[in-house]
Design a protein around this ligand. Structure first.
Ligand SMILES: NC(=O)c1ccc[n+]([C@@H]2O[C@H](COP(=O)([O-])OP(=O)(O)OC[C@H]3O[C@@H](n4cnc5c(N)ncnc54)[C@H](O)[C@@H]3O)[C@@H](O)[C@H]2O)c1
Length: 364
């Protein structure tokens, strides 16, 4: 088992992030030191519940816990006020109280929704994250950001509520569809680009057969999760450093939106990272051979195969800014070297368009 400690010094708080194959089967014993009441509430989506709910519930029972499993529909549509309220009312009916821990068993959607609920139910109850997608393991489950969506947009209602423990079992990934693995892989690459050239070297070495190598999967989860934990520990509320986690996401989000979400998040971020590498070369002196190395790595994992046919205007319209102030307000994370991010505003619109045309080829 590998272990990270996420310390939040300004609040004198810390929590452990445990990583290891099979950990889900010992979940109850891992919770024992936290002195929770013996009644626990698991929240999961129906797909994860069907695949993994029973094993996790029996692991809790083995350590003397009684658990109730509440489920949501799978996918982004569960991150709503309606679902949060329904879960809160079910918890009340089942007798949950101020000390009742909620365990999020699922991907980033379940993690965000359960985290949000845990932060407001009875003015806040303990949260445990048990991520089951690669994206949640290396990103969403760590750092305490919670959210639900509004019809006006994603993640518009949210809180910061740190978990008391994060338990990452890479064995959950055996049932994860390949497309979902790629979503997580884009975030692993991002972690390497912003903070850890050695992780990029490692990914180059293991290559696209990564998922056939369980030890390598555990390793990359550990390395990428460590980067997320370091960044969050230094800047919990995204006042500065945490913004570097948006590398590839400025244009990635716009591409996702312009494609009306037919482009997966991971592929959208991968195209966004390709564009950010071009802008980094042009604006902040990223050496050409490093940009080329980054491009090759992104391409080698099949993330940017077949560029979507998207209208440049639609992509620019999806950027989160007043069009008149676009160049001034739009924040990009660029790289001076691989592993050395800079926050850049004032990127000329002509360069943004040029970069998008290059990465989308005929599609742009
Ligand atoms: N809080 C944060 O810091 C943060 C960071 C990044 C992303 N997010 C959020 O995370 C969400 C995306 O998370 P995601 O990509 O994990 O998506 P997800 O939670 O929707 O999971 C993707 C799909 O995989 C299925 N699934 C999950 N685990 C499985 C498993 N082990 N086997 C088989 N199927 C499984 C789910 O049922 C779902 O259909 C977004 O809502 C995003 O806003 C939050």
């Amino acid at each position: 088992m590998k272990e990270l400690l996420l310390a939040l010094p300004h609040r004198d708080e810390s929590y452990r992030v445990l990583i290891g194959p099979g950990l889900r089967l010992g979940l109850g014993y891992l919770l024992s030191p936290l002195d929770f009441p013996s009644r626990l509430f698991l929240i999961s989506d129906s797909r994860v519940a069907r695949l993994h709910g029973a094993a996790v519930q029996s692991a809790l029972a083995e350590a003397g816990y009684t658990s109730t499993l509440l489920t949501t529909p799978p996918g982004e549509r569960a991150k709503t006020w309606t679902v949060a309220q329904r879960l809160a009312r079910e918890l009340l009916r089942l007798g949950a109280h101020r000390a009742s821990p909620l365990i999020a068993l699922g991907g980033g959607v379940v993690g965000d929704l359960t985290g949000f609920l845990a932060s407001i139910f009875m003015r806040g109850v303990p949260l445990i994250q048990v991520p089951t997608t690669l994206l949640a393991m290396v990103d969403a489950a760590i750092g305490g950001k919670t959210a639900i969506n509004l019809p006006e947009g994603k993640n518009l209602l949210g809180t910061f509520h740190q978990p008391r423990l994060v338990v990452i079992d890479p064995d959950f990934l055996h049932t994860l569809p390949p497309k979902e693995r790629l979503n997580g892989l884009a975030e692993v690459l991002k972690a390497g680009f912003i903070r850890a050239p050695d992780l990029l070297t490692y990914l180059e070495t293991v290559g696209p057969s990564l998922f056939k190598n369980p030890a390598a999967v555990t390793d990359i989860i550990y390395r990428a999760a460590a980067i997320k934990a370091q960044v969050v520990a230094a800047d919990e509320r995204e006042a500065g450093l945490r913004r570097i986690l948006n590398f590839g996401h400025t244009l990635g989000h716009a591409l996702e939106q312009a494609a009306a979400f037919r482009l997966s998040h991971g592929r959208a971020v991968a195209f966004g990272m390709l564009a950010a590498l071009i802008l980094s070369e042009k604006l902040v002196g990223l050496p050409q051979e490093e940009a080329q190395r980054g491009r090759r790595l992104i391409q080698s994992f099949g993330l940017v195969r077949r560029a979507p046919a998207l209208d440049l205007k639609a992509i620019l319209a999806a950027l989160p800014m007043d069009k008149k102030r676009l160049e001034k307000d739009l924040v990009f994370v660029l790289l001076r070297r691989l592993g050395e991010p800079v926050i850049q505003t004032g990127v000329p619109l002509t360069l943004i368009k040029e970069a998008l045309r290059k990465v989308l080829g005929g599609g742009g």
